[in-house]
Design a protein around this ligand. Structure first.
Ligand code: F6R
Length: 243
């Protein structure tokens, strides 16, 4: 299902509403979380729902999609820090239930296998939040990632490094490798919620939703999932043929 709303604020509020409904329906459930600029508004709104309506995170488990390799959890640009800054510090989630893979593992093969096992042991992800890269990536599954890929260390595409440079003081500080859930891992979530806003996402959204399913456009894999909700603003939807 593709839903187009006027602007970022409406997309954020709608996304937060969907996530809040999921938390209320399965308070002991599991949500997959994304970082980046797109979900910040939705996280702000979830914080407001916690503060004003008592939305309860105390029994919830979360798993984040990805983390930069080489950044410690307390590095200001780590995705661990991002999640605590934008969401976890402001709601009543238990720290031991809020999982962000470490970017500093000694043995990443083992850490990735444990991550997959932990998701499985939690009962699997009920709702996975996703953004999309301007090159069509989901999580850090860059073009060329197989549609059955699992959690692993990947090299970031040059375009992703450039897109993410805005979060760092200097371009050469942007890490070039990351740990990411695989496309196969993501497709196992029971529901997917993809958010995209802005005209710089319009091409990626159009090829992902209306082009062929191909590892050249990792987000096209979502066409293989039976329960996907896509939330777009008008700018991000502007190159779709049918909405
Ligand atoms: C981040 C992630 C990435 C972003 C994507 C879009 O956890 O998984 O795939 O969703 O790079 O980033 P923004 O929202 O900054 O445009």
């Amino acid at each position: 299902m593709v839903e187009v709303l006027a602007d970022y604020q409406l997309v954020s509020n709608r996304a937060a509403g969907i996530i809040a409904d999921q938390i209320r329906a399965t308070p002991r459930g599991v949500i997959g979380l994304a970082t980046g600029g797109t979900p910040v508004g939705a996280y702000d709104r979830l914080v407001a729902l916690h503060q004003t309506q008592g939305l309860d995170f105390s029994n919830l488990t979360t798993f984040n999609l990805d983390e930069y390799v080489g950044l410690s959890p307390d590095h200001p640009q780590s995705y661990h820090s991002f999640m605590w800054q934008h969401l976890f510090s402001h709601v009543n989630i238990r720290a031991s239930h809020a999982h962000v893979v470490s970017g500093l593992a000694h043995d990443f093969d083992q850490a990735c296998a444990e991550w997959e096992h932990r998701i499985e042991a939690s009962g699997g992800i009920d709702l996975q939040i996703l953004g999309i890269g301007s090159n069509g990536h989901i999580a850090f599954n860059e073009p060329g990632s197989t549609l059955t890929s699992r959690t692993r260390v990947v090299e970031l595409a040059e375009r992703t490094v450039q897109d993410n440079a805005r979060f760092f003081d200097r371009p050469d500080e942007v890490p070039r490798t990351a740990v990411t859930m695989g496309i196969g891992t993501i497709l196992e979530a029971r529901r997917l919620l993809l958010m995209a806003t802005g005209d710089h996402k319009a091409h990626a959204v159009a090829v992902a939703l209306e082009g062929p399913v191909t590892s050249d456009v990792p987000a096209s894999a979502l066409q293989r999932h039976a329960n996907v909700h896509v939330l777009l603003d008008t700018a991000a939807a502007s190159q779709l043929n049918s909405v």
